[in-house]
Design a protein around this ligand. Structure first.
Ligand code: ADP
Length: 514
């Protein structure tokens, strides 16, 4: 009895499990070393007599205990404030978990006490880890080096389009992009962890997704890669947007290049055209010059035989007038008037061909003075016809002054010549700037016979006349001369006319640069 009592005492004392005895009233009578250690109680005397019902909140389990004779409670104890909590007084901080199993025995109660704080913490962190893993937005996974999925969270399931987690587990993720997986494993063996591993994957439903993975390898004792752990995210949208952007940028660049090539080509064409134009202008200038000197030389040389014809027909007229028959006298008159007309025409031509040849520079020219000069040159015919010539204040222009007199003289002369019978000629000259302020528009308005619309272009050509000589004298070169002068000054000329009402001739001269 003594022996077995000693044995019991020894195993009671040495048990790693804390054991506490209470009597029938619930007062503590004994506790072994482990029980004291769990509670960090220095001596058994400190706790002898404590009542179990005061110290342990059994709640509704108290009835159960009395009924069944056994309960198990896990008591969370908060030691944060270092409060003396009876037998559970401890200096540990944080929450400790004590597992109590209370048995009803003949002499009272036996309490088995175990500190399960570590186990509890482990469970908790496992739980925390699991929920963290589950709630993670990235697709977290653990796979064998062959790609077989050992564990994964729901984001992973979603990203690859598995129906559920069970389907994902044990599936082979290397199949989503075989060569990429082989490459990843090869790199992992060297680098051990890889960040930002990007590749296109074909997921369960065949859809293409762009995956970015961060992975670490797990190695065994022989340093062989056995597992791959990591997390992935689906960057398909961003990648697609990026690719679209790149594509449209490439497209734009292509377009810009195309445009640039087109522009270069157009430029080249323009240059070629410019060259052609230059050549044409040179040719034109040359042929113009040739024509001019041809006109000049011929008209000049024609004068000589013409003079002979004129002087000999005059000689015949003087010597033999009245001695020949009347028809012969009339024929002689025809000859000399034709010779005179031809002389006028040749002189007109000479003047016309000389316009471009005059090398005199353009100077500031007061157009009021030029009109007045023209009027004074024409004073005889003005007086004879009772013509009224008046002008508004006219501007100064950069021009050849003599040619400006010529212009007004020809216009005024025509205005007087082509007057309506029974009307005194009335000629009004004025000028105004055009809308853009680039040129002066001069006008010479008369109250003469006017002309039909269809002739308004024709009359500016050399020798073009609308009337026979016996009606109105002239050679038909006056307006051609004006046109040539105006064009030489960089201007234009036209006429607006109503038959039997009058005509207004217009010409422009560039406004001089201030
Ligand atoms: P010319 O006066 O020697 O005939 P122009 O070249 O000056 O030659 O004029 C050409 C033709 O234009 C004239 O013959 C005439 O028919 C017409 N013309 C010119 N000026 C006027 C005018 N002010 N009114 C009507 N017709 C005109």
């Amino acid at each position: 009895m003594k022996q077995s009592n000693d044995k019991f005492r020894e195993s009671f004392e040495k048990s790693p499990i804390g054991i506490i005895f209470f009597d029938k009233e619930g007062n503590l009578t004994d506790a072994n070393q482990s029980a004291l250690e769990i509670g960090e109680i220095p001596s058994i005397d400190d706790v002898i007599g404590l009542n179990i019902f005061n110290e342990v909140d059994m709640g509704s389990k108290e009835d159960e205990l009395l009924e069944k004779g056994l309960i198990n409670i896990q008591v969370p104890v908060n030691f944060d404030d270092n409060k003396k909590l009876g037998i559970y007084n401890t200096t540990l901080s944080g929450i400790a978990f004590i597992d109590l199993t209370i048995f009803v025995i003949d002499s009272g109660f036996l309490v088995q006490i175990q500190d399960i704080t570590e186990r509890k913490k482990g469970e908790e962190s496992e739980e925390k880890y699991r929920s963290f893993f589950e709630d993670d937005l990235t697709g977290d996974f653990i796979a064998t080096h062959e790609g077989r999925v050992i564990d994964c969270n729901s984001s992973f399931v979603g990203i690859y389009g598995f129906d559920n987690r069970e389907q994902a587990l044990n599936s082979d993720i290397s199949k989503f992009n075989k060569s990429s997986w082989i490459n990843l494993i090869a790199r992992l063996k060297n680098e051990r962890k890889i960040r930002d591993y990007q590749s296109w994957h074909k997921r369960q439903d065949g859809e293409k997704i762009y995956i970015i993975a961060n992975v670490v390898g797990t190695f065994n004792d022989s340093d062989e890669l056995i597992q791959v752990k990591g997390y992935i995210f689906d960057e398909t949208e961003r990648k697609k947007a990026e690719e679209e952007l790149k594509e449209s940028r490439d497209h734009l660049e292509e377009k810009v290049e195309e445009r640039a090539a087109e522009i270069a080509e157009a430029n080249q064409q323009l240059k070629e055209n410019e060259q052609l134009l230059k050549e044409a202008i040179t040719n034109l200038e040359r042929s113009n010059e040739e024509l001019q000197s041809f006109a000049y030389i011929t008209s000049h040389d024609l004068q000589e035989p013409l003079r002979t014809i004129a002087s000999f027909s005059q000689l015949i007229e003087r010597r033999y007038k009245g001695q020949l028959d009347p028809d012969a006298d009339e024929f002689l008159e025809f000859i000399s008037s034709a010779a005179k007309r031809m002389k006028d025409m040749i002189q007109g031509l000479l003047e016309y061909s000389r316009i471009g040849r005059v090398e005199k520079g353009f100077v500031e020219t007061d157009m009021n003075l030029k009109v007045e000069k023209a009027v004074s040159n024409l004073h005889t015919s003005i007086d004879e016809s009772n013509a009224e010539i008046f002008h508004d204040p006219l501007p100064e222009v950069i021009a050849d002054p003599d040619q400006m007199v010529r212009v007004f003289q020809n216009f005024i002369g025509n205005g007087i010549k082509f007057k309506k019978p029974q009307f005194n000629p009335r000629i009004h000259i004025s000028a105004k700037p055009d809308n853009k302020g680039k040129e002066w528009i001069f006008s010479v308005e008369d109250n003469g016979i006017g002309m039909e619309k269809q002739y308004t272009d024709k009359i500016f050509e050399v020798f073009k006349r609308l009337h026979t000589m016996d009606k109105y004298e002239g050679t038909g070169i006056g307006l051609a001369i004006i046109k040539r002068i105006i064009e030489r000054h960089g201007g234009r000329i036209w006429v607006e006319s109503s038959f039997d009402v009058g005509s207004t001739f217009y010409f422009t001269i560039p406004i001089k640069n201030k």
